[in-house]
Design a protein around this ligand. Structure first.
Ligand code: NDP
Ligand code: HSE
Length: 437
């Protein structure tokens, strides 16, 4: 089996190392030896340390490499939409099999890759694209195909989980926790994709597509990041017996006209400490899958890093290589259900709302009236004095309100109306609450 490796950075270099150290076992498992025929990189002369590979296999021309007739499998560890899409479409149309870790591309335009694979007859595998080393896509794509998945809830971004875990354990604010994550190498120099939720949204789209047999793209995912989460939110969550996590939530639902739908969202949320995802700390990932017959399944492990991600890549390389030797291809994309994506406004959730209000008679009634007007039921109200600590007439007070479950649109309208209320000086924070307490 002759491989073309595109990219030799954090993940690609570990793929090379693992291929070398496991070569005899991999050959035995596949039934043929794996050989790296070429490695495409951006900077040929870059110092790559002690890499166990013939230096002459490096090229700066990925297109030339994927077009070669002697290549069986293209392994893409570069990332980004273009030129990666063009390389992979070219390879797939020519009948090569592709293994990729590129979640951004799969979420943006997975359809083009699946179509090209169907046209060329090769395999398209991408286990490493979601939750790094954790075997998750194969179970969704194969093991659970006899069942009906109803909900997928996960922590799929290690960087933000590290930041939120640090805020929870030390009481630090977002900026301080992000600085620590950067110093320890968890966050990239530009952390936007992680902290604004783009990375998790791409993974959510991939998970939803597989779970619900529907093409879901990044644009279908409601996305909010963690930059607005404050130390006060974390403290408030603790007071409720909760912790804050950046969740990806994908589930089936029913539209007003009775049609089945899917909804896919990524946002920070308070979850009770008793929830299976609450104890997932540091940079770990975990995904909770609920299926009608199987019940509740939990997948947990390292979601990033060179070696863990290379493990998933190599697992795919073995699978597609075996298929090629056997002259078969795995089942292709399953998107037959083609379910419509429900707008965020229809998602059912709960809000935790912190208000700065004037402490005088009638304020609580006025605030409660806004909830009633929007058909949102209040579950709990907690009032604490702000400022001097001796709440009195016309002083400030903090009001923390947690709602019962309601459509997100009604909850958002409630918050909007609260902002316009005379007695409300400011809406200090709004966070969703997920999982039953
Ligand atoms: P890196 O930035 O470490 O490596 C990227 C590699 O691609 C480098 O070798 C670079 O070359 C090469 N490259 C970049 N642009 C080009 C180009 N135009 N032509 C040829 N080669 C190019 O990325 P990672 O290894 O971290 O990530 C790779 C993929 O894996 C991404 O899709 C990422 O989302 C995914 N992934 C990463 C995880 C992780 O923990 N890092 C986890 C899960 C998935 P050069 O070395 O010369 O700069
Ligand atoms: N930036 C990603 C994370 C890498 O923090 O989880 C793995 O996809």
């Amino acid at each position: 089996m002759r491989l073309a490796l595109l990219g030799c950075g954090t993940v690609g270099s570990e793929v090379v190392r693992l291929l070398h150290s496991q070569s005899a076992d991999l050959a035995a498992r596949i039934g043929a030896p794996l050989e790296i025929a070429g490695i495409a990189v951006r900077r040929i002369g870059r110092d790559r340390g002690e890499l166990p590979v013939d230096p002459t296999v490096f090229t700066a021309d990925p297109f030339d490499l994927v077009k070669r007739d002697d290549i069986d499998v293209v392994v893409e560890c570069v990332g980004g939409i273009e030129p990666a899409r063009s390389w992979l479409v070219e390879a797939l149309r020519a009948g090569k099999s592709v293994v990729t870790a590129n979640k951004a591309l799969l979420a943006e335009d997975g359809g083009s890759l699946h179509d090209a694979a169907a046209q060329g007859g090769g395999d398209l595998y991408y286990e490493a694209a979601v939750a790094g080393a954790i075997p998750l896509l194969r179970p969704l794509r194969e093991s659970l195909h006899g069942d009906r998945v109803t909900q997928v809830t996960g922590i799929v971004n290690g960087t933000t989980n590290f930041i939120l875990s640090a805020m929870d354990s030390t009481g630090a604010g977002f900026a301080e926790a992000l600085a620590e994550a950067t110093e320890l190498g968890y966050a990239e120099a530009d952390p936007t994709a992680d902290v604004e939720g783009f990375d998790a949204a791409a993974k959510a789209a991939i998970l939803a597509s597989l779970a619900f047999h529907t093409r879901v793209g990044a644009a279908d995912v409601h996305r909010e990041g963690i930059t607005e989460v404050t130390a006060a939110d974390v403290a408030s969550a603790k007071a409720m017996g909760c912790t804050i996590k950046l969740l990806c939530i994908a589930g089936r639902g029913t539209a007003a006209d009775g049609r089945e739908t899917v909804s896919v969202r990524v946002h920070p949320a308070m979850i009770p400490l008793t929830h299976p995802l609450a104890s997932v700390g540091d940079a770990f990932n975990a995904v909770f899958v609920e299926a009608e017959a199987a019940g509740q399944l939990m997948f947990y492990g390292p979601g990033a890093g060179g070696a863990p991600t290379a493990s998933a890549v190599l697992g795919d390389v073995v699978a597609v290589s075996r298929n090629r030797l056997a002259g078969v291809r795995a089942a292709s994309e399953s998107a037959y259900a083609d379910l419509p994506v429900r707008p965020m406004g229809e998602a059912l959730t709960r809000y935790h709302i912190s208000l700065d209000v004037t402490d005088r008679p009638g304020v609580l009634a006025a605030v409660a009236g806004v909830f009633a007007q929007n058909d949102v039921s209040i579950a709990t109200v907690r009032q604490g004095a702000a400022g001097s600590g001796t709440a009195g007439r016309d002083e400030d007070a903090d009001l923390v309100i947690v709602t019962h479950v309601a459509p997100d649109a009604a909850l958002a309208a409630t918050v909007q109306a609260l902002r316009g209320l005379d007695a409300v000086r400011s809406v200090a924070s709004v966070l969703r609450v997920e999982g039953s307490a």
